[in-house]
Design a protein. Structure first.
Length: 135
């Protein structure tokens, strides 16, 4: 009787149970689409975006517009790049402004830097993120 015992998944089973187990697994494998002339199931690719790409994706999803963009991942990575470029341009421009120039006093310089960062952030959010215009 010991010769008819097989091991499946670490458990010893008799031949009849093993045959039913194999048959059941073959059916599941065929239904799952693995094998000849079957469609392979592909997991969706997860994309990681930066801060502004993620905010834009969330905004488009909330407005129901995310499905209208042909290549959404490429578009959202582009939004991240535009935001970075816009930040750099505005930082260079505003840091020369008398309103945000350094004074030499730590607390005053920190306050001005924070105010400048908030102004840049608001500009990026209003121009790139919270607009339904898709470039």
């Amino acid at each position: 009787h010991g010769a008819h015992r097989l091991h499946f998944g670490g458990q010893e089973r008799d031949r009849r149970k093993a045959d039913r187990y194999v048959f059941r697994c073959q059916r599941v494998v065929a239904v799952a689409g693995i094998g000849d002339n079957c469609v392979r199931v592909v997991k969706p690719q997860k994309h990681v975006y930066g801060k502004y790409g993620t905010l834009k994706r969330k905004y488009l999803e909330d407005k129901g517009l995310d499905w209208t963009i042909e290549n959404l991942p490429e578009y959202l990575h582009g939004v991240d790049k535009q935001a970075k470029d816009m930040y750099n341009v505005l930082y260079a421009k505003l840091s020369n402004s008398q309103l945000y120039k350094r004074t030499g006093e730590f607390m005053e310089d920190y306050r001005r830097l924070t105010a400048m960062q908030h102004a840049i952030e608001e500009e990026i959010l209003s121009e790139l993120i919270y607009t339904e215009e898709v470039v």
